[in-house]
Write a protein that binds this ligand. Structure first.
Ligand code: C2E
Ligand code: CA
Ligand code: CA
Ligand code: CA
Length: 277
């Protein structure tokens, strides 16, 4: 069964667009997964590139399906968006992340933030601030510890709606971060007027560092832009010490990637400062 599970999984990930029938089946399985508790959160450390300290974590959802194995979020999040399950998943993720952060605080582990991804579909629907408000009340987490990651494209697809939603979220006291930055053609004027705290340089650019001239130029430009707007920059997808060195040298404050630590279940996280290259 394990073997066929792997094959199915490989098949799903190879296909860029799933067949309609497969999407329906996966959607039904996902609905069950929520009820059966098959979703899990993993957490990836985010490191201060100057000190090596773990400043925060990003929560990343995992679906452990008994037959299919580990279904990656790139596969099931789009299915969830189509089948209308995304709101339930995102609110489960939000609540779980906030509960975990509270548990760490109570255990004496003090992080600056826990980051949670928000799907573009939920973001474009606009009731996100209500979800967030409810979850903060339920879990008792202080808003300043929660950071929401919204992709640049979700923001720029409908900038007027995004702007008012981001302002409502900001007035709840949570922090906002623009994910996959550099892939979505932001206008500078827009960016200046958004109440965001962080930009996350897309890992596609980090992958080419330090050799690729275009990736290096774009990375430096994003860092400079962030600084001129008073924002913190995070680079994701750091896999080599050379990438970390390049980023630190060009003023990138925070870093995340396999080189510092893979996403892992809460109990397996390593909180020790990372040796810096
Ligand atoms: P993302 O938000 O850009 O997350 C970063 C992805 O890069 C994660 O993949 C992470 O495991 C992976 N990653 C981290 N470090 C490295 C590295 O050094 N090298 C490489 N090659 N990859 C690295 P993951 O967990 O498979 O998630 C993929 C995407 O699925 C996320 O991209 C995000 O868009 C979405 N996603 C994940 N969790 C959630 C969630 O809870 N809610 C929503 N709405 N979307 C989620
Ligand atoms: Ca993210
Ligand atoms: Ca990202
Ligand atoms: Ca990305």
């Amino acid at each position: 069964a394990k073997h066929s599970g792997r094959q199915t999984y490989a098949f799903y990930t190879q296909e860029l667009t799933l067949q309609a029938r497969q999407r329906v089946e996966l959607g039904a399985a996902l609905r069950q997964a929520l009820e059966l508790g098959e979703l899990r959160l993993h957490y990836q450390p985010i490191i201060d590139l100057a000190s090596g300290r773990v400043l925060g974590v990003e929560s990343l959802v995992r679906w452990q399906h008994p037959g299919l194995g580990l279904v990656p979020p790139n596969v099931f999040i789009p299915v969830a968006e189509e089948s209308g399950l995304i709101a339930a998943i995102d609110s489960w993720v939000l609540a779980q992340a906030c509960r975990q952060m509270r548990a760490w605080q109570q255990a004496g582990i003090h992080l600056d933030f826990i980051a949670v991804n928000v799907s573009s579909r939920l973001f474009s629907r606009g009731e996100l601030d209500q979800y967030v408000k409810d979850v903060l009340e339920e879990t008792g987490l202080q808003p300043r510890y929660l950071e929401l990651e919204v992709t640049e494209s979700a923001v720029m697809d409908n900038p007027d709606n995004a702007q008012s939603l981001l302002h409502r979220l900001c007035s709840l006291g949570v922090r906002l971060s623009i994910d996959d930055f550099g892939t979505g053609y932001s206008s500078l004027l827009r960016l200046k007027n958004l109440p965001v705290h962080k930009l996350k340089i897309d890992q596609g650019f980090v992958a080419g560092l330090p050799e690729d001239d275009d990736d290096a130029a774009i990375t430096r430009a994003v860092i400079a832009l962030a600084h001129s707007l008073g924002l913190t920059v995070v680079a994701e997808g750091i896999e080599t010490p050379e990438q970390a060195i390049f980023l630190r040298r060009h003023g990138c404050g925070l870093g995340q990637g396999y080189w510092f630590g893979r996403p892992a279940p809460a109990e397996l996280l390593d909180w020790r400062p990372r040796p810096l290259p």
